[in-house]
Design a binder for this molecule. Structure first.
Ligand code: 6PG
Length: 486
């Protein structure tokens, strides 16, 4: 039943009825106890939704005043509009018609810094503002996404049953938790997307090697991925990659992947992850390589100009195809562990910087189902943080340390082989370099410190004495001296 002159019958409202908003509204409406008010800037979208889904019993509203009147108190509105200025415009409207204690939830992919700003501004009116990361794409929105809400503890009390009712379920538990205050939810969603970029790039590098070195066809690689999806690599992204590779283009009869232009797009969340990690001083090298690989792919002018440059490569002779496939699988798994480890490092650093009490185990728990990076592997991350909530680095947890250790020979063969054969595998290679860097007893950073002190008197610390030192550098060794600058 729909109405255009609503009384306050809805316990939740959705603003923005493009596909994500419509699907979340339908998901909400399908759960026991929810009545959903809907509003969209253009009435057409609202009309289409209520006409196509009479079973949802939406309360359709034509303006913000009607929308607010349709909601029970505390009013709760979920905004699903394009991140950016559109979000600010909707918030401005809602603030006019809402009252203190009401709740505005932004479910878009907002930059967490914007969410911090908006939360502070909206809080000044007495209204709660919650930035909630929602992952799972269109299908997840409809059937159960992973939800990462920030905002106040007060708002969470009202939101908890509503969000739990629509979230994906992993082992009986809804994939939603109160991540932390103000922008914590969008921060964690951003890191999720950064990991998503790394995961996708690693899979793409594996595909490229299987194809160019292993000589497998896309359909054969689809079979390999389907097989991998029954083991420790089991994940949504591996599963859909098999589907993508199996797809045949209707017009040419070629594998569809071969007629898709090889220039990867990006909406920005991967770049935000890397920019934020740079600010926080956290090396998210696997994620960064994934972002840069998309940028490189999307520069046709440079690629065309460089296409005739020599490879200077050696042919990679694969004697045992199955052994090669297994090497690639292991390299992929080890690199994936690095990407998650780096992503969790960024979460820890962000939590420290912004004073969020983020429970890492809870994040792993809510990523087990519904979201794009859902994977069997998340159970191990959940377990790792359950047995040691203060784990210094995920890769040092026994399960992951063992997994990486057993993958090492294969991983090194794949990275070395790619370099020799002239096949780019930036995320595999940088993940391995990160691993070797982190475990190194001594790094050439000592030399970098010497260089910095040489040209800028930036000082250095010594391994054998406390204090800060500067050397009077000179070609004449006798004049070299170290002195405590304090
Ligand atoms: C999700 C996805 C979703 C979106 C990405 C796509 O978790 O459901 O991450 O948020 O598909 O933002 O990002 P790109 O267009 O940048 O690849």
């Amino acid at each position: 039943m729909t109405s255009t002159a609503p009384s306050p019958v809805a316990n939740i409202g959705v603003v923005g009825l493009a596909v994500m908003g419509s699907n979340l509204a339908r998901n909400l409406a399908s759960r026991e106890g929810n009545t959903v008010a809907v509003y969209n800037r253009s009435w057409e979208k609202t009309e289409t939704l209520i006409t196509e889904h009479p079973e949802a019993g939406f309360v359709a509203t034509k303006d913000y005043t009607e929308f607010a009147a349709a909601l029970q108190k505390p009013r709760t509105a979920l905004i699903m509009v394009q991140a950016g200025r559109g979000t600010d415009a909707v918030i401005d409207e809602l603030v006019q018609v809402f009252e203190p204690g009401d709740i505005i939830v932004d479910g878009g992919n907002a930059l967490f810094a914007d969410t911090i700003r908006r939360e502070a501004a909206v809080r000044a009116t007495g209204i709660n503002f919650v930035g909630a990361g929602i992952s799972g794409g269109e299908e997840g929105a409809l059937n159960g996404p992973s939800i990462m809400p920030g905002g106040s503890a007060e708002a969470w009390v009202t939101l908890k049953p509503i969000l739990e009712s629509i979230a994906a379920v992993a082992e009986g538990e809804p994939c939603v938790t109160h991540v932390g205050t103000d922008g914590a939810g969008h921060f964690v969603k951003m890191i999720h997307n950064g990991i998503e970029y790394a995961d996708m790039q690693l899979i793409a590098e594996g595909y490229d090697l299987l194809r160019r070195v292993g000589g497998l066809t896309p359909a054969e690689i689809a079979d390999v991925f389907a097989e991998w999806n029954t083991g420790e690599l089991e994940s949504y992204l591996i599963e859909i990659t098999a589907e993508v590779l199996r797809q045949v283009d209707a017009t040419t009869g070629k594998p569809l992947v071969d007629v898709i232009l090889d220039q990867a797009g990006a909406k920005g969340t991967g770049a935000w992850t890397v920019q934020t990690a740079l600010d926080l001083g956290v090396p998210v090298s696997g994620i960064a390589e994934a972002v840069f690989a998309r940028s490189l792919s999307s520069n046709p002018t440079q690629r065309a100009a460089a296409a005739s440059l020599p490879a200077g490569a050696e042919e990679w002779q694969v004697a045992d195809r199955d052994a090669f496939i297994e090497d690639v699988r292991r390299a992929l798994y080890a690199s994936k562990i690095i990407a998650y480890s780096q992503g969790f490092d960024a979460i820890v650093a962000g939590a420290q910087q912004y004073e969020w009490d983020i429970k890492k185990g809870e994040i792993a728990r809510i990523w087990r189902a519904g979201c794009i990076i859902r994977a069997r592997f998340l159970n191990h991350i959940t377990e790792a943080y359950a047995s040691d909530p203060d784990l210094v680095a995920l890769i040092t947890a026994p399960y992951f340390a063992d997994a990486v250790a057993s993958a090492l020979p294969a991983w090194r063969r794949v990275v070395a082989g790619s370099a020799l054969a002239g096949i780019p595998a930036p995320a595999f290679a940088s993940s391995l370099a990160y691993y070797d860097g982190l475990r190194a007893e001594r790094l050439p950073a000592a030399l970098v410190q010497g260089q910095r002190d040489f040209f800028g008197a930036h000082t250095y610390k010594r391994v054998d004495r406390e204090g800060t030192f500067h050397t009077l550098w000179s070609g004449d060794r006798s004049e070299i001296s170290a002195e405590d600058t304090h």
